[in-house]
Write a protein that binds this ligand. Structure first.
Ligand code: GDP
Length: 489
């Protein structure tokens, strides 16, 4: 808004005649091309008992952004791009140290310049080929980005300290990587330590369906040490091999799009944003819209060397100036041809109802939505089974196994129950983030969510179902799979 009456009627479904009559009632002789401003729209809405959230204009913007996002690349334009790799794993297993060792600086000991960095992103070269590392603080942030549609990761490196083996957060990281559907490469880190037994960690991996390739499975395991540098070359080579298998490609000749990893206001330098280009080429002077910020790219620098860049192709992380306000982490960016349009889109996101759905997610993940999916599945000529994603939390490991076993008995020709994660302990924020990113329901057995998890679940519409008896849980899931479960009030 403002928009033409035609657009208004199309967007709201209100007949043109009715709007004309209303306008006439206000003493305005209008026609279908007349402009409807916000105030008029609100009056019409009030009169007709409509709740409109001023989407008309935004619908057009949505279309523009969607068209940029979905523009098909010509086969001939596609080139191989660097894989984007994320480290995941238990705290203190060496994620930060490994990345430091790979890029040859030391952040654990305090980085020169001392700027606070939460999400680091660097491109590393190996034999003339590039690998881009994006280091998110933990799997929660990784999945949060995914929930926002900012899926930047191609390959996850699961860092497992050889002395500790698989720990609770390693298990969670595995679930999060699997739910994201990305290949997992294991870095068996701290392999320099005396007396560590790699067999133990590898046996544990097997128990988590990550069978090492040296044991005939398809998970590459590289023994690394961030301290001595052991295995780092091999890790890069392995990542490039996995990348070759998956043929990650992009089109450098289209308008750039990608994701903001983090941004901050830095005094007189203005807004510094760290972005990763996912497709296309970003150039100095380009007009950008990113979340509710916009601007023209004033300068770009290499995230590692700080060297100025005139352009940045696919899979390249850059630090960029020129945006008016700091965008949010996980906001997508697009290059537009018109600064006015960029400003309008940014402004409408800031004020409009869309802000919510761009910078926060409002998926409704519940048994109810599943019933709808099931209906659709039955009506359509469905090839695939309807998937019911669940995350199981329980007080003790024994009940996890029992629940798992019961769930596998619920085989059904129409529905597949996919357990994204099973773990011991209360429901956490990370669980809710995972559920929201993966349309999953959380089954809490003899445990409760903490306050933060509870409020995020409410906000995102993620359903957490609590049980204290196993058969009640399985009964409910059975009823649900059969489409006979009434939603919980
Ligand atoms: P993160 O929490 O996973 O990022 O772990 P850090 O990188 O902060 O490492 C945690 C601790 O383990 C630090 O004290 C590191 O010096 C140490 N560390 C990391 N990698 C290695 C390694 O390969 N060998 C040894 N011996 N110590 C390591």
């Amino acid at each position: 808004l403002p928009c033409s009456m035609r657009d208004f009627c199309e967007a709201t479904g209100v007949p043109v005649a009715q709007v004309l009559r209303f306008m006439m009632g206000m003493g305005v002789m209008a026609n279908i091309n007349a402009t409807i401003d916000q105030q008029t729209a609100e009056l019409i809405a009030a009169d007709m008992d409509l709740t409109i959230d001023l989407k008309a204009h935004e619908t057009l913007e949505d279309e523009l952004i969607t068209s940029l996002e979905e523009a098909e690349d010509e086969e001939a334009d596609l080139v191989t791009r660097a894989p984007i790799v994320t480290f995941l794993g238990h705290v203190d297993h060496g994620k930060t140290s490994l990345l430091d060792a790979l890029i040859g600086i030391n952040v654990v000991k305090g980085e020169a310049g001392g700027i606070t960095q939460h999400i680091r992103a660097y491109t590393v070269e190996k034999d003339g080929r590039a690998v881009t590392f994006v280091d998110t603080p933990g799997h929660e942030a990784f999945t949060e980005m995914r929930a926002r549609g900012a899926n930047v990761t191609d390959i996850a490196v699961l860092v497992v300290a050889a002395d500790d083996g698989i720990m609770p957060q390693t298990e969670e990281a595995i679930s999060h990587a699997k739910a994201a559907g990305v290949p997992i490469v294991v870095a068996l880190n701290k392999s320099d330590l005396e007396g560590v037994d790699p067999m133990r960690a590898m046996t544990q991996m097997t128990e988590h369906q990550l069978t090492p390739s040296e044991w005939g499975g398809d998970t590459e395991v590289v023994r690394t040490s961030a301290t001595t540098g052991m295995g780092l070359d091999e890790l890069l080579e392995t990542l490039l091999t996995v990348a070759d298998l998956h043929e990650y490609r992009a089109n450098p000749s289209r308008k750039a799009l990608g994701v903001c990893l983090e941004a901050e206001q830095q005094g007189d330098r203005g807004v510094i944003a760290k972005l990763v280009v996912q497709n296309g080429t970003l150039r100095v002077g380009d007009i950008l819209v990113c979340g509710s910020s916009h601007g023209r790219v004033r300068a770009m620098t290499d995230t590692l060397t700080n060297a100025p860049l005139q352009e940045a192709g696919p899979s390249t992380p850059v630090n960029l100036t020129g945006l008016d306000i700091p965008p949010g982490a996980g906001d997508r960016f697009h290059v537009l041809s018109d600064i006015t349009q960029a400003r309008e889109i940014a402004a409408s996101r800031e004020h409009g109802s869309r802000t919510e759905s761009l910078s926060g997610v409002t998926t409704k993940v519940s048994f109810e939505t599943f019933q709808e999916l099931l209906e659709q599945g039955r009506l359509g000529e469905q090839q695939e089974k309807t998937k019911l994603n669940v995350i199981i939390r329980s007080d003790v490991r024994g009940s996890l196994e029992a629940i798992d076993k019961e769930l596998t008995k619920l085989e059904n020709p129409e529905v597949e129950v996919r357990v994204l994660q099973r773990s011991v302990g209360g429901v956490t924020l990370a669980d809710v983030t995972l559920a929201s990113a993966s349309d999953a329901v959380i089954l809490a057995f003899n445990v409760i969510p903490d306050d933060a998890a509870r409020s995020l679940a409410d906000e995102r519409g993620v359903e957490i179902r609590r049980y204290d008896v196993i058969y009640k849980l399985t009964d409910e899931i059975r009823l649900m799979i059969e489409g006979r479960l009434r939603p919980e009030k």
